[in-house]
Design a protein around this ligand. Structure first.
Ligand SMILES: Cc1ncc(COP(=O)(O)O)c(C=O)c1O
Length: 377
């Protein structure tokens, strides 16, 4: 189902064509209102009952479970993608001589933890070269072998918008006993994903892009087989019985159940949690397949309009519906993003591609303004 413009839910002036959701989504009015309720708990702390320390995280966990297509028991609340990836890097087995596969020009939060782990155990990190045809699935399938301990990749490449067939990657890893770690920051909330079907070992998404939520928050999916792993930090609230505030110094060895042991310290931030939950409720209300279908029409329109220019996107069958990475003959012109910004048209340049990433707030007029500006180059 195509969703009509949802601009009325956002605070975006009419002369601003914001086509840069991959950088940061704007907060909806409903999310701001929910965050303000959260802030009021800190303004008047006597209104913030201790049971809210548990109720608000559980509400967010339930909603995130629906978005990951998984039980809430497998979801941890984290501050960032890097926190989730580091948790995975500490837990997953990898030994000397084994290999960790990543993509060339992948986002650094999904690189540094692997370089560090590999250096400690004598493993190697291989950055797979960018395929000329953008078919990362083929390149990954060719590279996975009996030495592959871990494949740590996104669903959609943050610079080009090229997307990966995760079902096939999981199947290849099953054959060699390898683990799959996913950074879904540039896809979860806008592109279909099912943890039940893909069975990643770990998968993380920061909330401030396609999850339409606040900054400094994310959700980490942890497969049940790793629920006994070491958390990144040992905080009081993740231990068994922490609901009893007067008994906290009866130090306990056990943890809260499921993936809760991986929750970050001070997870019970009412503004962040209420904001993230309000955003996820709206996403579920729209429906992720409807968001994806609607954004596909917007990005395809741009692509078709530019088809007679020398600007080329990733092949339509290989790119994510919500994500248009445009390549220019001879590279993205210097200052292009800045000169578009001067006309109140906002996109971003990452590596060799200019990212055009509208969301449901983008109107036909916004998109036409970009098309006309690019055609005029
Ligand atoms: C693919 C990807 N992963 C993660 C992030 C953010 O990482 P972190 O939450 O570690 O700051 C970004 C931000 O641009 C991103 O594009």
């Amino acid at each position: 189902m195509i969703i009509p413009s949802q601009k009325h839910l956002f605070d975006i002036p009419d002369d601003v064509a914001y086509l840069n959701n991959a950088y940061m989504s704007p907060l909806m009015h409903s999310v701001v209102a929910a965050m303000e309720v959260g802030i009021s708990s800190k303004v008047q702390p006597w209104t913030y009952a201790s049971d809210q320390f548990f109720a608000l995280p559980e509400e967010a966990r339930q909603l995130a479970g629906k978005i990951f297509n998984s039980s809430a028991e497998n979801i941890a609340i984290v501050p960032s993608a890097s926190y989730g990836i580091q948790t995975a890097a500490n837990i997953l087995p990898v030994s000397s001589g084994q290999n960790i596969l990543v993509l060339k020009d992948q986002f650094p939060s999904n690189i540094y933890p692997w370089q560090d782990r590999a250096a400690k155990v004598g493993a190697t990190v291989t950055q797979l070269q960018i395929p000329e045809d953008d078919d990362w699935t083929r390149v990954l399938l060719e590279a996975i072998n009996s030495q592959t301990a871990i494949v740590a990749i996104p669903q959609t490449h943050w610079a080009s918008g090229a997307t990966i067939d995760l079902v096939r990657i999981r199947a290849a890893l099953d054959d060699v006993g390898g683990a799959l770690v996913l950074d879904l920051t540039q896809s979860l909330g806008a592109q279909s994903f099912s943890a039940s079907d893909i069975r990643p070992d770990f998968a993380v998404a920061a909330t401030y892009k396609w999850m339409m939520g606040p900054y400094s928050m994310g959700f980490l999916y942890v497969d049940p087989k790793w629920h006994q792993g070491d958390p990144l930090e040992h905080n009081w609230i993740n231990r068994e019985g922490s609901e009893n505030f007067s008994g906290l110094t009866n130090y306990r060895e056990g943890f809260q159940p499921g993936a809760r042991r991986f929750d970050m310290g001070e997870k019970s931030n009412p503004a962040q949690l209420r904001g993230a939950s309000a955003a996820m409720r709206q996403i579920l209300d729209w429906g992720i397949s409807n968001i994806s279908e609607t954004l596909d029409i917007k990005t395809q329109y741009i692509e078709n309009e530019l088809s007679r220019t020398s600007i080329t996107p990733v092949d339509q069958n290989l790119r994510a519906p919500h994500y248009l990475g445009l390549r220019f003959h001879g590279g993205v012109p210097e200052n292009l993003a800045a000169s578009l910004a001067a006309e109140q048209i906002f996109v971003s340049v990452r590596g060799p591609a200019m990212r055009v990433t509208p969301h449901l707030y983008a109107t036909d007029n916004d998109i036409d303004r970009l098309v006309q500006a690019l055609k005029g180059l």
